[in-house]
Ligand binder design. Structure first.
Ligand SMILES: [Zn+2]
Length: 277
């Protein structure tokens, strides 16, 4: 488990699952000859990925950014996504002396299944909220889109990932910008999905930006390297460019959810990685 201090906050990248996807789908229009110089690939064009929900301990509250694959994946899905290890979030929290009930906020970058599925669990055949004491924070647009998915999104917005949260009234929707807690802010970005948001974490003059799926791995640092999965790629490019400029000026950390090799990086004006975790 990788961790760091950010001002008064402690931040942990919690191992949750390991899986694989087609490399082309993760690198969109980028030619294979280029992306394979920056990321490993196997003989069947699959690339290794993880889900690492990010825990922020502010000293008073515990905030989780995204939730992983959870325990609701079917055997077929495990095969399709080449899921090796999964549903490790409970163990990762336990290693820090924590339980699901200790989480105060879950902030979703967006609600694709690989980010939202861990937010609810199958227990004795029933789907229940994984974090019963948490407020679940999501952009209103994403929440609406999830509950009435379209042709392209119905395979990734799952009813079992939202219904019980709605029934138990655990969701807080945000329209655009909101400070969730002192030092933890969310901003609507769009791009990957219409309601995707980025999360900015700041304490004592230090800042980390969680890009969600706008920058899933370190190899996606170039704003033009966007996934084929992105529904609004031009918005992704614009948002990445804008945030990256600000991050470089402020010497912010950039945090990754899907990267097995790096949890977070800092980059210089030439946009080269100068520090990594
Ligand atoms: Zn993702």
């Amino acid at each position: 488990m990788r961790e760091m201090s950010l001002g008064d906050f402690k931040i942990y990248w919690l191992p949750e699952a390991k899986f694989m996807l087609d490399g082309g789908s993760m690198f969109g229009v980028v030619p294979k000859v280029l992306w394979t110089k920056r990321y490993p690939v196997d003989g069947e064009n699959y690339i290794p990925l993880v889900t690492n929900p990010v825990l922020i301990d502010t000293g008073e509250k515990r905030v989780l950014l995204d939730t992983g694959l959870g325990n609701k994946m079917t055997e077929k899905q495990k095969k399709i996504y080449r899921i090796e290890e999964y549903d490790l979030l409970g163990e990762s929290l336990q290693a820090l002396g924590l339980e699901f009930t200790d989480i105060d906020y879950v902030i979703y970058s967006h609600l694709d299944f690989d980010h939202a599925s861990g937010g609810t669990r199958l227990e004795a055949g029933e789907v229940v909220p994984t974090f019963p004491n948490a407020r679940y924070v999501v952009q209103e647009r994403e929440w609406d889109d999830m509950r009435s998915p379209g042709k392209r999104t119905s395979h990734t917005y799952w009813t079992e990932n939202w219904q019980v949260l709605a029934t138990k009234d655990l969701v807080d929707v945000v329209e655009g910008y909101k400070e969730i807690l002192p030092g933890i802010e969310v901003f609507l970005s769009g791009g990957h999905t219409r309601g995707h948001q980025v999360i900015k974490v700041s304490s004592q003059g230090e800042t980390m930006l969680h890009f969600g799926d706008l920058m899933p791995m370190h190899s996606h640092l170039n704003p033009l390297w966007v996934m084929a999965y992105d529904n609004y790629p031009m918005d992704s490019v614009q948002q990445k460019e804008q945030w990256l400029e600000e991050a470089i000026l402020g010497n912010w950390w950039l945090s990754f959810y899907h990267d097995p090799f790096m949890a977070a990086i800092r980059v210089d004006e030439k946009r080269e990685i100068v520090e990594q975790l």
